[in-house]
Design a protein around this ligand. Structure first.
Ligand code: FAD
Ligand code: NAG
Ligand code: NAG
Ligand code: NAG
Ligand code: NAG
Length: 623
């Protein structure tokens, strides 16, 4: 059945009537001070190099933390959902163990997304030195930020709500997991969503209302205001024949205002959506600042977990199941530390083998680069206080999720599967100097890379387009550095190494697509100019030639914080997310996605949490 398409042009004037009066100077003072303090902290902040902050003084002592029906490790996009849904069953006791703490007023500001990465809310992982990507970064190491909080990475992420294309899920179905076809996962997207039905006058937004939910916990909005470039950018897409569509209705080619997980312009994390409403339930025990070091597995059955909290070790037991939801980096690490992983690798780290599985052997990531453009729009000349006033009304530059304004999905000639867009372009606006530029530190850039590539001319209105290759064929690895649980694992994304060069060809096609967009009448109208990267490594190549762009891609191409595939379905877990060969143990988070998605991973992780909760309930015969 073809869904009925509705274009709703609402006349609700959004942004009036929420919260505070404009003249609430105390609150403005508070936020101004908060932001300035956080800027100072970010400038000084040194990312953790390991997890030693959790390490107890003594290895020997061990305190019993009791027995629960279920233990969930990690309260991120997926774990938060499971904690909520399992505690709907009154007589199930659930322990949720999270290494981080609570989000705060600063992480709630959408525009501060990337600056929050320079704080304890980020684990601060870096890849091992790379040979094919991230060459313009310090020691050729790509950043691998991950959130550490109740809410996990949703406390620091870019807030884009993107389900992924039908074909992503149908590909899994074809790999032998029919229960994960698009038709089978759609009800769980609908269950999770509180999708918008009204927005500002004049914004053209398309919604396939048949496939959206209104009663779910996860709020979605369209941020305001749109950037100045936004109408030109949408116009450019239309000039090339691409339409404004609902990109969360299966995802064909097209463009849209980016839907975001915000409420009145504030971050709406998995914590707010799923944990907060369940926190007061008597059957949910949450323990924060607690770092799981190992699963206890007896006779091929997971029976408990060991964790470090406040200088001591604890052991908690599970009578029904343990669900590991620590994310694509930490879940495989915990499994390997517990004896589940590749036999040879575990042997080399002197870990007793419990189950030989290819954990961490096929890490996949989206690869992206950013291009910068000037236009003849002038910069907003606003002080921080004005932005704060707008934010308190739920609008403006601080309420806009830093990296995402419009996004579009397109299919290049590299992808041969039909209706399976393989590139994404994101318009990243510049709302004047609403935030300080910490890009050099966040992206781990060499000084020369920053000076010749990222740094913006303050006299021109410079916006960015982020280009992602979506169907990554290169695979990397995640391995233990040692058998010490407080060492960070070794992350090797190994991008752009696929045999047939599909990954680099895809990104090159994305660049061609961007060049077409900026040459349209709509973009010419604002005198859009590419800021040509001046990277020294590429200086001798003919500007804008294919070898030039390939050089740029190797220098600044990097993983875009969407790692998957480290505990993939079919290799490590079955289609019910149960670990092969170990009873009472599941993995549920982005690590189980066998392929990169045609979209961003947060919404699929939430869907996954909804679906696996139902799987568990039905196995135990409850609803
Ligand atoms: C900067 C950034 C921007 C992003 N932007 C977007 C976006 O705009 N849209 C989108 O869809 N996706 C985005 N993503 C990706 C997306 O947020 C993640 O893919 C998704 O949140 C992953 O969910 P998860 O359930 O796998 O794990 P997570 O949400 O990472 O949760 C794992 C949790 O486990 C905890 N944990 C880990 N190890 C342990 C341990 N040993 N003991 C106890 N607890 C532990 C962690 O602290 C964390 O809370 C972004 C990611 C980043 C880093
Ligand atoms: C967060 O801000 C609100 C006002 O928006 C304030 O009432 C609250 O005390 C702040 N929280 C903290 C921890 O400072
Ligand atoms: C181990 O598990 C097997 C199969 O589940 C069972 O038959 C056996 O009795 C168990 N042994 C012990 C010592 O628990
Ligand atoms: C940027 O911020 C500073 C400090 O708040 C302010 O003085 C300056 O006018 C701002 N510039 C622009 C272009 O908005
Ligand atoms: C921007 O550039 C276009 C094309 O060169 C020109 O027509 C237009 O007048 C310029 N606008 C401004 C504000 O300078």
């Amino acid at each position: 059945m073809i869904p009925i398409r509705v274009i709703i042009l609402s006349v609700l004037v959004f942004g009036s009537g929420y919260g505070v009066e404009e003249d609430d100077t105390n609150l403005v003072d508070y936020y101004e001070q908060l932001i300035n303090i956080e800027y100072e902290n970010a400038a000084k902040y040194k990312l953790d190099k390991n997890a030693k902050r959790y390490k107890p003084d003594s290895e020997k002592q061990n305190t019993d933390f009791g027995t629960y029906d279920f233990i969930i490790v990690g309260s991120g996009s997926t774990g938060s959902v499971i904690a909520n849904r399992l505690t709907e069953i009154n007589n199930w006791n659930v322990l949720l163990i999270e290494a981080g703490g609570y989000e705060n007023n600063f992480t709630d500001i959408p525009a501060m997304t990337t600056i929050s990465l320079l704080s304890d809310y980020n684990w601060g992982f870096l890849s091992v030195p790379q040979k094919t990507s991230c060459l313009g970064m310090k020691n050729q190491r790509c950043p691998f930020p991950r959130g550490r909080a109740l809410g996990g990475t949703t406390v620091v992420n870019g807030l884009a709500y993107s389900r992924g294309s039908q074909e992503s899920f149908n590909q899994w179905a074809k790999m032998g997991f029919p229960e994960w076809s698009y038709d089978k996962v759609l009800p769980y997207y609908i269950k999770a969503e509180d999708y918008p039905t009204e927005w500002k006058e004049g914004q053209e937004i398309v919604i396939d209302s048949d496939v959206h939910g209104k009663d779910g916990p996860l709020i979605v909005e369209f941020s305001e205001p749109e950037s100045k470039e936004y109408p030109n950018y949408i116009g450019a897409n239309e000039d090339l024949g691409y339409k404004v569509i609902d990109l969360n209705a299966g995802t064909d080619e097209g463009v849209s205002k980016a839907p975001t997980n915000t409420q009145h312009g504030r971050r709406y994390s998995a914590y707010k959506a799923y944990i907060k409403p369940a926190e007061s339930r008597g059957n949910l025990k949450i323990i924060t600042q607690s770092y799981v070091t190992k699963l206890i597995i007896e006779n091929s059955t997971a029976t408990g977990v060991r964790f470090a909290h406040n200088g001591k070790y604890y052991t908690a037991k599970a009578s029904k199941e343990i669900i590991v939801s620590a994310g694509s980096i930490s879940s495989p690490q915990i499994l390997m530390l517990s004896g589940i992983g590749p036999k040879k690798h575990l042997k080399s780290k002197k870990i007793n083998l419990i189950k030989n599985l290819e954990v961490g052997s096929a890490l996949r990531e989206h690869i992206g680069i950013s291009l910068y453009f000037s236009s003849n729009y002038t910069l907003e000349n606003k002080q921080l206080r004005e932005y704060i006033q707008e934010f308190l009304r739920g609008v403006g530059g601080l309420a806009a999720p830093g990296p995402n304004d419009a996004f579009g999905f397109y299919q290049t000639k590299v992808e041969t599967i039909e209706n399976y867009p393989d590139i994404e372009l994101i318009l990243v606006p510049n709302f004047g100097n609403v935030t300080k530029d910490f890009s050099e530190k966040i992206l781990n850039l060499k000084d020369v890379t920053y000076q010749t590539y990222t740094k913006q001319d303050p006299n021109k209105r410079i916006f960015r387009i982020d280009l992602f290759g979506l169907h990554t064929h290169s695979t990397g690895t995640l391995r233990l550095n040692s058998n010490n649980p407080f060492d960070y694992p070794l992350i090797d994304p190994n991008l752009l190494t696929d045999k047939n060069n599909r990954d680099i060809n895809t990104l090159f096609e994305a660049i061609n697509m961007v060049m077409k967009l900026i040459q349209t009448p709509s973009m010419k109208k604002i005198d859009t100019q590419l800021v040509i990267p001046q990277l020294p490594a590429c200086r001798n190549l003919k500007k804008l030639s294919q070898p030039f762009w390939e050089c740029v891609i190797h220098q600044v191409g990097h993983p875009v914080y969407h790692p998957v595939g480290t505990c993939p379905m079919g290799q490590v877990v079955d289609e019910n997310l149960k670990v092969y060969g170990v009873d009472k143990l599941r993995v549920a988070d982005a690590s189980i996605f066998p392929l990169t998605l045609t979209g961003h991973p947060n919404a699929p992780c939430v869907m996954l949490g909804e679906k696996v909760s139902d799987i568990i309930k039905s196995l135990y015969g409850v609803k």
